[in-house]
Design a protein around this ligand. Sequence first.
Ligand SMILES: Cc1ncc(COP(=O)(O)O)c(C=O)c1O
Length: 399
Amino acid sequence: MPLLAARVSRARQSASAAAAQRARELRAAGKSIIELAQGEPDFKTPDHVIEAAHRAMHAGQTHYTPVDGTPELKAAIVAKFRRENGIECKPENVSAGAGGKQVLFNALMATLDPGDEVLIPAPSWVAYADITHFAEGVPVWVPTQPENGFKLTPEGLEKAISKKAKWLMLNSPSNPSGAVYSAGELRALAQVLERHPQLLIISDDMYEHVLFDGREFATLAAVAPQLAPRTLTVNGVSKTFAMTGWRLGYACGPVELIRGMARLQAQSSLNPSSVSQAAAVAALNGPMDIVHARNAEFQARRDFIVPRLAAIPGLSCESPHGAFYVYVSCEGWMGKRTPQGTTLDDDAAVTAYLLENGVALPNGAGYGLSPYFRVSFASALPNLEEACRRISAAAAALR
Ligand SMILES: Cc1ncc(COP(=O)(O)O)c(C=O)c1O
């Protein structure tokens, strides 16, 4: 009898985590590696948030809390959704977990029966497909076109919806493409969704505050309130407040779903860290000027890196409208030979070659669209500059 259950084979390591891990190993072996793989801001958690966590610990907030969030946190989340998004919800519509990832995991685990389909625009964050597999659902990649900015069109969505479709995943600004849906585009998708009342929708708004060129953020439950009763709006403090390590994400949605998610969380991790919850209250209720200043910094980095990457022979990319990633096509490298004699026949070979040249990046396959790789620009300008230099040199060495 094998030691591990079959379900373990359904929990795969993500390309970005694998690339980051390989970078750590190579660095430990003394190699110079620039890691633009992991999706986290390189900034510090704001001081007022850290101070709130200290205060909470000294005040004895170091015990179990209600499973899916303290009343203070739920109140802060309700206020955030009203103030920033125009979504009306009550504390019983709200769930907090150890990161947006746990919230998404709870939602899919609580609702998918074997064979249920999850519609995932390609490209999308790797975890959607992996969690779907884990929950015994079937990920269905829905094609998008670079000409449409990698966004779902109403026609493309309509075509993808089958009788078995249970969830649609929407993510704007998008990891990995930086695509941003306008309110009008969401309304057009909502018209299709209204014709399919069995379909639930996840709106993953994790990168809400990383938005460029003065664009306005729009979210489905606000622009199409008739869909709010079957929409789970997911967000978190990781990306907005540089709090990836605190592990605190949250969502609002229909009460029945929220209760189901809490039942699962009660039998796994129980409440998210009490200290992180107190910190998240301070983050959500606190000033936003630091968030806006960091957004400007991300935009400056985008403006730095995108033209440099696009100028490298064989690579092409669009300028992302939000989030801190650029999704780079390496179509022009396919079939080329490296100085070591390897033929580049897929994007995994490309990222392996770039790693040999000192840059760690995840390849596109896990995101559902190849041949591409993803570059995170949540890193200081000198790193971005050196990474571009190394990728350029790697391009020049191809035959
Ligand atoms: C699109 C998207 N959603 C959700 C998350 C989850 O973030 P966290 O679990 O840190 O809240 C991530 C993290 O990379 C992401 O890229």
